[in-house]
Design a binder for this molecule. Structure first.
Ligand SMILES: [Mg+2]
Length: 210
């Protein structure tokens, strides 16, 4: 007998980058080989207001999903187990929120010779992680939003079918001020925003007006 057709409709999501969107990596850059590399779970720190912002998005009906490049694996700086440990650590720090689904890309094309050193559709700005999450979690990409601190975070969402005006670039790292001075470098009508709490406010406000 064929499986019964799903009676649920795809759900809107908010896709969040991890490093410098949910987690503060800025004080860690002196300790790690590259900005954003979080390898020691003792150094995991949730940015102010991020947990409340995620709770606000969930209360508004969004499935919140974490989408993260972790090229440190391909660079030989971290193992998959270390990345998983960081992910488990920040999900515990976000309690009592239920554990967030996390998709991460350990691949990076510039490190041939490493088992993960090749191009992969999951690596942002590619859309692969968005497609995988949408298939796994029954998500409506056209009704979804994304938030990140790098243009590649937003480019990945746009490549997956998100509307550019539903993509938010945060001021938590250097790309926001540079691009604010040169808006032509931004893809489409991407929105600039201070931090995740500010983006969550705009997303909830925008979606309630739909
Ligand atoms: Mg980031």
């Amino acid at each position: 007998m064929p499986p019964a057709p799903s009676t649920s409709s795809p759900k809107p999501a908010v896709f969040l980058d991890r490093d410098d969107t949910i987690l503060n990596t800025t004080p860690r850059t002196a300790l790690t080989a590259a900005p954003g590399d979080l390898i020691d779970p003792a150094l995991v720190e949730v940015l102010p207001g991020a947990a409340a912002a995620i709770a606000r998005l969930q209360a508004a009906g969004f499935t919140v999903v974490v989408i993260s490049n972790q090229g440190s694996v391909a660079r030989g700086l971290a193992s998959l187990a270390q990345v998983e440990l960081i992910n488990d650590t920040f999900r515990k720090l976000l309690r009592p929120l239920p554990p967030l689904p996390v998709y991460y890309c350990p691949f990076h094309p510039k490190h041939p010779g490493n088992a993960f050193g090749f191009p992969h559709s999951w690596q942002k700005p590619g859309p692969g992680m968005f497609f995988a999450a949408a298939a796994d979690l029954d998500l409506d990409l056209a009704a979804s939003y994304t938030v990140g601190d790098k243009v590649r975070d937003l480019a990945a969402g746009i490549a997956a079918g998100l509307r550019p005006d539903r993509c938010f670039l945060l001021a938590t790292t250097g790309e926001h001020p540079r691009l604010a001075a040169n808006p032509a470098a931004l893809p489409g009508s991407v929105q600039l925003c201070a931090d995740l709490p500010a983006a969550a406010d705009l997303i909830v406000q925008h979606s309630s007006n739909m």
